[in-house]
Design a protein. Sequence first.
Length: 221
Amino acid sequence: MGLTARATGGGDFKPVPAGMHLARCYRIIDLGSQKTEYKGQQKISPKVMVQWEIHSEDDAGKPLVTDKNEPMSISKNYTVSLGENARLRIDLKSWRDRDFTQEELNGFHLRNVLGAWCMLTVMRTPGADGKEYSNVTAVSPVPSNLKRLGLPEGHNEKAFFDLDNPDMVLFETFGEKLKAKIMAAPEWPKGSPAEQYQREQNASAKSGTGFDDMDDDIPFN
């Protein structure tokens, strides 16, 4: 769908702790049109996932890294809209420290924020399943004094996944739930390498041994 926004009416995963963190946008993923429900009403809207790598420290002064000694990451899903009250516009306005010009409102490509640094405010909030999750609640520019000290090197390669021209090598790096979510979107390309990938996945599932779901029966709790 191009990801041009316009003004319109796993078990060992370590969550990012609450607080304000220096972060770099390293990946943007076109999720296609997704069904959402709010106050009992369902609607389908174009969605995008923005992912950041965290370059910050914990209360003890230790870098926030994964078990692989890589920067922790966090993501946020947005409706692809720059309407006045759209969360995407609010966050981008705060991030860029200025509002959009009319020209930008007519078409702002989200690829523009790839590689950009910011400060993320993260909160731990309960989900519908009763578990706590880390959520990005605000995005703001990096303070000038921090910039003067010098920003660190980015760790992850910048990546942009667009359903108009899907990069299937990049797609293979996504988790299974994310893959399924994207493939369920009506924009998932037909008659393309993407469709061939889905056929192969379906064929693989049908040719299982009969024991493929055994792991799901193992009680880990």
